[in-house]
Write a protein that binds this ligand. Structure first.
Ligand code: FNR
Length: 190
């Protein structure tokens, strides 16, 4: 754990889209975090090649894979903030997880992980979250459960500047961050 007074939490956004609702949600988190939690965005995975074990064997791990792995390893907790694509995890995010899962000292092992999603749809990306939970089982992350954050009807919940304006959502997100902080203190640093 980074230091007992402050928790360092990393956000990994599953959307590469300019104007992404999920990126906007991730950007809203620092202001909603409890005082003893610092939230920063992970280094980008947008340049990761498609995972191929032959490539890993011939060239090793790309620098940006190493950078994401190091950032996850150093964090006290990780929050995935991701859209749902075709009822599941966006391919680019799954590819990023596949890459870092092959690193030595696998960064997600024993890592407290929380999930959030935003979508225009009424389910708010829930199906993606349950697939991501399954992936977190294999990498031996310690996945936080409640409260869950599904930002449904996303276009109505953010302003034109991308600010999260919906007060009910802001309160629930702040609640999740506070309870996730307690969870990290309880289960982290194993
Ligand atoms: C989507 N979208 C979507 N939404 C959803 O709730 N369930 C789904 O299964 C899908 N499937 C899907 C597939 C693909 C390939 C795309 C591009 C989109 C819609 C998606 O939620 C919407 O585009 C969000 O705005 C994407 O998130 P960001 O980029 O705004 O963060």
């Amino acid at each position: 754990m980074s230091d007992s007074a402050n928790l360092a939490v990393l956000t990994i956004c599953g959307s590469l889209r300019r104007g992404s609702y999920n990126a906007a949600l991730a950007r809203a988190l620092p202001a909603l975090a409890p005082r003893d939690m610092t939230i920063t965005a992970a280094p980008s995975f947008s340049g990761f090649p498609l995972y191929n074990a032959d490539l890993q064997a011939s060239d090793g791990f790309p620098d940006d894979v190493m950078a994401l792995g190091a950032a996850v390893r150093e964090a006290d907790g990780v929050i995935f903030v991701s859209p749902e694509y075709n009822f599941s995890i966006p391919g680019a995010l799954k590819n990023a997880i596949d890459w870092i899962s092959r690193l030595e000292d696998q960064p997600l092992r024993n890592k407290p992980v929380a999930l959030q999603s935003a979508s225009p749809s009424p389910l708010g990306g829930a199906r993606m979250q349950y697939h991501l939970r399954q992936v977190m089982v294999f990498v031996e992350a310690i996945t936080f459960t409640r409260p869950e954050i599904f930002v449904m009807g996303a276009p109505g919940k953010f302003g034109e500047d991308g600010a999260l304006t919906d007060e009910t959502t802001r309160e629930l997100v702040a609640k999740q961050l506070a309870v996730f902080g307690d969870f990290i203190r309880r289960v982290g640093a194993t």
